[in-house]
Design a protein around this ligand. Structure first.
Ligand code: PEP
Ligand code: MG
Length: 580
């Protein structure tokens, strides 16, 4: 028996067989080479292609042994791409004419393929660029001495472990045979963790050492409630985990019975509890857990794992699917928040030294106005059929809001010219997640219809703590006095301008913070569907009056630890019971 302790990133307990996969992207750079090494670089390329071919043949045999011949199609396709002569001749030509190293040349070949594929009309064929990318990535990994493995496709009851999974990887996980995930890095508010919760997939992150190949295939228990991972559990450990699993599932089941109760405090104050969603399937889960609509629809997932950007009609269809899933409730659609830890395949994005401070979110959208208006038109189109709000992410100042609103007006004009219906008075809000937006909150509040605080990023940028860095997770403190002061200021600015203050970061889903957020005056909290019932249970035990006093009391303390101690001492029996 061997134990690991990581961060409890997505609740639930699972038992299965550990499968270790390697998801790191090859890090390659391009550099000039002297003419005498051209031959050497070309030979390195040929060798890497051959090594990759052998790797794929071995994998094919292994999969055939496990699953028979049925599911080997994807490996056959990859072998075909790899052994196509053009890959080697075109890349060798780039090495020769550009006088650059083999890795750099291979990246350029990939770029050319991307351009060619993007011009293909047939969407299915166009999407095949992802196979080319996988193959080239594999060759690049081979050149850097690392091997890459696809997700195991057809094994039963497995728990996937990797150094890290990207959000794009998460969307490819087959929920029917993958019971949980474990990573070596990552934090609770990373997008990978958010997606794990969205997929109802128990997850532990930051379990250093879990990718030790000696552990592959071993029996494992993953506890997404405590962050514990036990390999080869003995009988006692297995049985106590099984019992905890049953208890957890029983409490979940009991909580579900409270879904239709209203989200009001004991003194009759209503707070809108809404859901955060990424894919239309989650809409139903929000309603099932009693959410009154969607407070955050992260649309970027729709742009992932594909070679080209979705067009207006495709986006409209997906937003409609989400709308239908939650009808007749409000749908808050956030415009594309890509970049940072969410990279898109279909766009050439420069490698940035500091992606979290780079071309992310609204900056990215404003840098490609045609694509941005396309998304705005698609959102506007669904606003004709039900209540919709538009929300802009990562706003840092007035210029960005005004530029985004100007493009929204253009999108409206374009639709009107086409005679397409939309809600001309659709509500527009901004996410407050950058300290500059907190400082400017009074001005921003005059420009928009609502605020939504993205605490995941606001904490990251206020405290300068990378939200994806598991090693810093103890410093990622929602109760830090600087964060609490920012939250108070945001609510005051919103209410000063007569607009609602919403909060849609992960902080909204933690019942411990509910009395503070309620006391600060938030009008709406939006969270993963799985948190709605617990938060509502605590809300229904609070009064607004007590919570306001409690929240005010937090400002007497100067460290997060002191605030937390104070909160725990105040939230005696009543709340302690509700977080069981
Ligand atoms: C946030 O930053 O709190 C937020 C809700 O947005 P995301 O997690 O998608 O960055
Ligand atoms: Mg954010």
């Amino acid at each position: 028996m061997r134990s690991f302790t990581g961060i409890a990133a997505s609740p639930g307990i699972a038992m299965g067989k550990l499968r270790i996969v390697d998801r790191r992207r090859a890090v390659v750079s391009e550099y000039p080479i002297p003419s005498e090494t051209v031959g050497h670089e070309t030979a390195r390329l040929a060798q890497a292609i051959e090594d990759t071919r052998i790797e794929l043949e071995i994998l094919k045999t292994r999969l055939a042994e496990i699953n028979g011949q049925d599911h080997l199609f994807f490996i056959e396709t990859h072998l075909m791409i790899l052994t196509d002569n053009r890959l080697i001749t075109e890349t060798s030509e780039i090495i020769r004419s550009g006088m650059i190293n083999a890795e750099g040349a291979l990246r350029r070949t990939l770029h050319r393929y991307r351009e060619t594929f993007s011009r293909i009309d047939d969407p299915y064929l166009r999407e095949r660029i992802s196979d080319v990318e996988t193959v080239i990535e594999r060759v690049l990994r081979s050149m850097s001495g690392e091997a890459v493995e696809p997700f195991p496709e057809h094994e039963e009851q497995i728990i996937l472990a990797a150094h890290d999974f990207s959000p794009a990887d998460m969307l490819q996980i087959n929920r029917t045979n993958v019971l949980a995930i474990v990573t070596e890095i990552g934090g609770r508010t990373s997008h990978t963790a958010i997606l794990a919760r969205a997929l109802d997939l128990p997850a532990v992150m930051g379990a250093e050492g879990i990718t030790d190949l000696a552990l592959d295939g071993r029996a494992v228990v993953v506890d997404g409630l405590t962050g514990a991972v036990i390999v080869d559990p003995d009988k006692e450990a297995f049985q106590s985990s099984l019992l905890r699993k049953q208890q957890y599932e029983h409490v979940e089941y009991e909580l579900l019975k409270t879904a239709s109760l209203p989200a009001v405090t004991r003194d009759g104050h209503l707070v809108n509890l809404r859901g955060n969603v990424e894919i239309p399937e989650e809409g139903a889960a929000v309603l099932l857990h009693g959410g009154s609509g969607v407070g955050l629809y992260r649309t970027e997932m729709l742009f992932m794992n594909r070679a080209t950007m979705p067009d207006e009609d495709e986006q409209t269809r997906i937003y409609q699917a989400m709308q239908q899933a939650i009808t007749p409730h409000l749908l808050t659609i956030r415009t594309l928040d890509a970049g940072g830890d969410k990279l898109l395949e279909g766009m050439a994005q420069a490698v940035e030294t500091n992606p979290a401070l780079g071309v992310r979110a609204i900056r990215l959208s404003l840098s490609m106005p045609d694509e941005f208006r396309k998304q705005l038109r698609a959102i506007l189109r669904v606003s004709a059929d039900g209540p919709v709000r538009i929300m802009f992410p990562m706003i840092s100042g007035m210029e960005e809001v005004r530029a985004a609103k100007a493009l929204l007006e253009e999108a409206k004009t374009e639709l009107a010219a086409r005679g397409v219906r939309f809600d001309p008075a659709v509500q527009v809000g901004v996410m407050i997640e950058i300290p500059a937006a907190v400082t400017l909150a009074d001005l921003l509040a005059r420009e928009v219809d609502f605020f939504s605080v993205g605490t995941n990023d606001l904490i990251q940028y206020t405290l300068a703590i990378d939200r994806t860095n598991g090693q810093l997770s103890h410093l990622y403190q929602p109760l830090h006095p600087a964060v609490l002061r920012a939250l108070r200021r945001i609510v005051q600015a919103a209410h000063g301008a007569g607009i609602p203050a919403c909060l849609c970061g992960e902080m909204a889903g933690d019942p411990l913070y509910l009395p503070v957020l309620l006391g600060l005056g938030f009008d709406e909290l939006s969270m993963g569907a799985g948190s709605l019932l617990r938060v509502k249970q605590v809300l229904r035990r609070c009064t607004l009056e007590q919570s306001a006093i409690l929240a005010e009391g937090c400002f007497a303390f100067s460290t997060a630890a002191e605030v937390e101690k104070y909160l725990n001492s105040q939230l005696t029996l009543d709340f302690a019971e509700s977080t069981d």
